[in-house]
Design a protein around this ligand. Structure first.
Ligand SMILES: Cc1cc2nc3c(=O)[nH]c(=O)nc-3n(C[C@H](O)[C@H](O)[C@H](O)COP(=O)(O)OP(=O)(O)OC[C@H]3O[C@@H](n4cnc5c(N)ncnc54)[C@H](O)[C@@H]3O)c2cc1C
Ligand code: FES
Length: 312
């Protein structure tokens, strides 16, 4: 995938739609140098948004559990991946999927079409495709979906080059914590096209919920393990890409090791500077599979790491 030059750019919001209790989809547009810089944004890279001047929603629409946190000042930019990036002639359109979890994401809900935003990016490394793979498995936990949806689009758009078959596995604690707009009808689900967001790229998807309220009853990694056992695909032909809570990524790394499958994990560490200076996002990594470890910066050396290198 290609390299782009990072910088600080002005973006303009074109829509900000609520798609679930706490889930929103924000669309931003970049022009001029920003459009050029983000045109080659790789799936798995991220951007840092300045939300310090964004207004709070009215008190009555603030969820009760966030009332105290809502008043906190937003000193640091916040990192976000994109679900989709489309480069047109003079502009680049980027789509974000976000979950309201604290003061910054709460403020994001008040962004309206026409509002200006300062964006730093593209940041981080993004996913890569090793030679010789035939099947890509995208394994999502909760809000880990944005970079993997972007990757699904990338694989579909570049099928001629990669030739990869792609299947997505999406898990959450319960059905309403799956950050998707809706599920498809029963027939589509029987065919495996459960989630419209993946189906639009021709990618089959399997759902797993911890409480069994949708799809497989159990962890998404267990759903994947069962699928792998039944598939009979040779491990060397498979590459797994995963993003989600760290406990899930740790299980993912274990499973990939047991099955001898290559696996790339996108880690969502808390970040401050976003460019490798403050060391707040340090990740302990093994050196060439040995017991020796070094600290790498999630924002600069990641957020995508080989599953074999991360010490959980
Ligand atoms: C590379 C990267 C890409 C991301 N992409 C997305 C995305 O596409 N959509 C999205 O909704 N969120 C994404 N996030 C997470 C997002 O940055 C945080 O949710 C956001 O910064 C929270 O800001 P806040 O002020 O609303 O809440 P805060 O008060 O900062 O946090 C609220 C709660 O969320 C937890 N939290 C905050 N940030 C993280 C994190 N990085 N990892 C784990 N827990 C965290 C905190 O511990 C706290 O409990 C991404 C994070 C990273 C590092
Ligand atoms: S966020 Fe500052 S070093 Fe990563």
């Amino acid at each position: 995938m290609s390299e782009s030059v990072k910088g600080v750019f002005k973006a303009t919001a074109s829509s900000n739609k609520r798609i679930g209790k706490r889930f929103y989809r924000l669309r931003i547009e970049l022009v001029a140098d920003g459009a050029k810089a983000f045109a080659d944004f790789n799936p798995g890279q991220f951007a840092e948004l300045d939300l310090s001047h964004t207004a709070l929603p009215p008190e009555e629409s603030i969820p009760e559990d966030l009332l105290d946190a809502a008043e906190r000042k937003i000193l640091l930019r916040r990192p976000f991946s994109f679900t989709n990036v489309t480069a047109e002639k003079n502009r680049t359109i980027a789509e974000l999927l976000y979950c309201v979890v604290g003061p910054a994401t709460l403020r994001m809900t008040t962004i309206s079409a026409g509002d200006s935003l300062s964006v730093i990016g593209p940041l981080g490394n993004g996913f890569s495709v090793p030679e010789g793979k035939k099947t890509a498995l995208l394994v999502v936990g909760g809000m880990g979906v944005p970079p993997l949806l972007h990757l699904a689009k990338h694989f579909t758009a570049n099928y001629q080059t990669t030739g990869l078959d792609v299947i997505a596995f999406a898990g959450a604690k319960t059905a309403n914590q799956l950050p998707f707009e809706s599920r498809l009808d029963e027939i589509s689900q029987q065919l495996g096209f459960s989630l419209p967001e993946f189906a639009k790229y021709g990618v089959e998807s399997l759902i797993a919920t911890d409480d069994g309220s949708a799809g497989y009853h159990g962890f998404v990694t267990d759903c994947l393990a069962e699928w792998l056992s039944k598939s009979g695909l040779p491990a060397k032909d498979i590459i797994i890409y995963s993003c989600g809570p760290e406990s899930m990524l740790a299980r993912m790394a274990e499973l990939a090791k047991d099955k001898n499958i290559d696996c790339q994990l996108s880690l969502e560490r808390r970040m401050a500077c976003g460019i490798g200076l403050c060391q707040s996002c340090a990740v302990e990594c093994r050196v060439n599979g040995s017991n020796e470890t070094v600290y790498k910066m999630c924002c600069k050396d990641g957020p995508v790491f080989e599953s074999t290198e991360v010490v959980f």
